[in-house]
Design a binder for this molecule. Structure first.
Ligand code: ATP
Ligand code: MG
Length: 408
């Protein structure tokens, strides 16, 4: 193997749609930053692997996700990818979902921060600085559901009424059903990762976002398991709102507030929880009150897009899918067929995903260079069409001109 620590082999997938616009831009920006940061002493040996439409061209019809591609990611452990179109029909799993499941990438990590000059619908977008940890393998994304009128749905209906004695509501015969699996193990490993991240990065709090008031045994359990885990595995490093309310009950509210203030002063991470609907309100009203966020799959989906909109939209939002051993960094947006191949797409989502990748490699200096360049370009009004339209006061740069602005 030709790989060395200063020359890691990193597989990349160009991606469908705007993948052919944003991926070359990302590769150029990263190569430039790495060369500048280490004076040519380090470089990434990029290895193209194929998925999506391009894989069908290379490997033949229907080969959307070749075994060789998965084998390369397995072997090299770190990969980066553009957006992939899910082939319609044939009952295929989405390619993204297939990769996540096959590699058990149970964390979707999405940092959300503001770059000055980005148009935003809120008054103080500079107060947004959060890192979302979205559970990536469970919840209703398991895809266990049956349509109304199907034999399975009818059987389930009879089972609920006759065997389980569910009488709360009278289900019409035309009911469809979906199953929401949430496990203790799955919740704990996600929350453990979020708390460890907060501690390692000097973050102030971890907020468990859930809908436990309605779904006690799934979303509510997520919160309860999270508090128990925090107190059990991170004793002395965290202070939870569960501990706070126990103090409030025994000694009164003033004592509880004092205990929390003392924990903050001692540098402990505060572990708290908020109901999901209230959270979506809070991130508009007081985004500065939140830092690291841990949440189940569907909540995480909504929250990620809502937060991305506050800081420039999906064209700006990076992401990573992680297991304990593997990491795939990826653009969070889709293939944007409406602008694909036209040189209009914003490559920032993929470029900032590459920043996460550089940090994951421990190449902080190169990562910092890209972030500094991003700050400078956007503050100077050098932006692609998606942001230029919202700002209305600067011309739109092409994908390559924007990338060039990051390299000079
Ligand atoms: P898919 O089915 O692959 O998810 P989609 O059309 O549902 O695709 P996106 O591709 O995420 O969703 O695009 C939604 C909108 O945002 C489109 O109008 C698209 O042009 C725009 N958009 C998405 N990504 C970018 C980007 N990187 N730069 C500029 N505009 C983008
Ligand atoms: Mg989409």
């Amino acid at each position: 193997r030709l790989e060395t620590p200063s020359q890691p082999i990193i597989p990349f997938i160009e991606g469908d749609g705007i993948g052919c616009d944003v991926t070359p831009a990302m590769l150029a920006v990263v190569d430039k930053a790495v060369a500048a940061a280490y004076g040519g002493q380090r470089r990434i040996a990029w290895m193209e692997i194929y998925a999506g439409q391009k894989a069908c061209t290379v490997y033949g019809e229907g080969q959307y996700l070749p075994a060789e591609t998965m084998a390369a990611i397995q072997e090299f452990k770190v990969a980066i990818k553009g957006p992939l179109e899910t082939p319609v029909g044939g009952g295929m799993r989405s390619l993204n979902v297939a990769m996540r499941q096959d590699l058990d990438l149970y964390v979707c990590q999405r940092p959300v921060r503001y770059y000055a000059g980005t148009p935003s619908p809120i008054c103080h977008p500079e107060r947004v600085d959060m890192v979302i940890f979205r559970e990536n393998a469970e919840d209703i994304y398991a895809g266990i559901e049956w349509p109304a009128g199907s034999p399975e749905a009818e059987k389930l209906l009879r089972f609920l009424q006759d065997e389980l004695g569910v009488r709360k509501i009278r289900f019409p015969a035309s009911s469809a059903f979906g199953i929401k699996p949430v496990s203790r193990e799955g919740s704990e490993r996600l929350i453990r990762r979020a708390i460890a991240y907060a501690l390692a990065h000097g973050r102030k709090s971890v907020t468990l976002v859930h809908k436990g008031n309605i779904m006690k045994f799934t979303e509510g359990a997520f919160r309860d398991w999270g508090y128990a885990l925090a107190e059990r595995e991170f004793a002395g490093e965290v202070f939870t709102w569960q501990q706070k309310s126990a103090i409030a009950k025994a000694e009164g509210k003033a004592a509880a507030d004092a205990a929390e203030a003392a924990a903050v002063a001692a540098g402990r991470v505060i572990v708290k929880d908020v109901i999901a609907d209230n959270f979506l309100q809070q991130i508009l009203l007081r985004p500065e009150a939140y830092d690291v966020v841990a949440t189940l799959n569907l909540n995480g989906d909504y929250i990620s897009d809502a937060l991305a909109a506050e800081v420039g939209g999906i064209g700006m939002a990076p992401g990573a899918n992680l297991s304990d051993t593997h990491a795939i960094f990826e653009a969070t947006h889709g293939t944007a067929p409406d602008i694909a191949g036209q040189g209009k797409a914003n490559p920032s989502s993929l470029i900032l995903s590459a920043v996460m990748m550089l940090e994951h490699l421990g190449w902080q200096e190169a990562a910092a260079r890209v972030v500094t360049a991003m700050n400078g370009a956007i503050a100077a009004g050098q932006v692609t069409g998606d942001l230029a339209v919202l700002r209305g006061d600067v011309p739109a740069l092409s994908t390559t001109d924007f990338a060039q602005a990051l390299m000079t």
